[in-house]
Design a protein around this ligand. Sequence first.
Ligand code: RNT
Ligand code: ZN
Length: 412
Amino acid sequence: MYEYAKESYARLGVDTEAALESLAQVPISIHCWQGDDVGGFEGAGELTGGIMATGNFPGKARTPDELRADFEKATSLIPGRHRFALHASYRETGGAKVDRDEVLPEHFTGWIDWAKDLGIALDFNPTFFSHPKSDDGFTLAHRDKTIRDFWVEHGKRCRTISAAMGKALGKTSVDNFWIPDGWKDQPADRLVHRELLVESLDRIFEDRVDPELTLDSVESKLFGLGSEMYVVGSHEFYLAYAISRSLVLTMDSGHYHPTEVISEKISALLPFLPYLMLHVSRPVRWDSDHVVLFDDETRSIMREINRADAWNRVFVGLDFFDASINRIAAWVIGTRNAAKSVLSALLEPIELVRKAENEGRLADRLALQEEAKTLPFGAVWDEHCRRNDVPPGTDWMDVVATYERDVLVKRT
Ligand code: RNT
Ligand code: ZN
């Protein structure tokens, strides 16, 4: 099957061997929070901040050890070497009460040592939600300075933690800042909170931290549950902020108007920003964070990165959380789909498509793109799985079912 696929692609000028080699160089940053419904390990607080994991499938990870074991099970079924994205709320304090403004790199030693053993890199996220000091919907843009100070301290400390991860693992850790701040209903003053946010962010980012160790990124959003009318950190806000402060801009595919797509934005931003970070997700009617599919938009995202030859400038991360199905299967399905989309981008007959465009043969351009859709892609993907000692096709489902029976259901 693979030999037949290889020849089919070669006829359109695509080298499948080169594509598989390139694929091995594209890590996907897999988010820790699919494993426990964004719960974290600070105590059984409620998930706040306008995001929601619906469902109560049994067996969610209750401890860091369980989350690590679950992730290892998931990655044994995902081809390639990927990254792991942690949130500050997943720190390990040995039972001690350590508030967000007291977090230290040592609270992540367990995670760092584990990542080192697995040979994977880490990314990081400060946690500005699920905390009493975010309960009225504002953190860095709060009118109360004591609240802002608390969160500024958290942000500063998270940069140090992210740098420690980068240093220990020898790979730059992206430190992604997302805050929930906003109003449910029509605000009296939109500008004041945005000015406060600029001031708070400038305080967080004032010290230089080695960009080889950590890169700061800021994530925008259109609306959240309970912040439907106004979000301080909107797309325009963070776009301007990231450009003016030379930060990484994070685009989450669920954070735009329903007909707006981030794939189209990548080439618009690359001339102005050195780096982009993506939260690849699947919004269904709203920012629902459904499991990522091998769908048009996910493929378009990867195709745009590939056409721009920007794999070292666009960091691909995932952000979904479905609590209604087996969480390990959710990780496996979503990450395999993201990786499949990367492969499909690498297998695009781009030379021929470009040539047709440059020569004004626009019908040929269209024909080539459409014919490429039915090339034997699956055989190349299966070959990739086989070469990475991961089950191709549906064989991984039995492994998850066994783990569900032997481990997950016993947790409840
Ligand atoms: C929320 C943002 C943010 C979170 C994670 C848990 O709308 O997308 O990235 O999903 O930090
Ligand atoms: Zn996100």
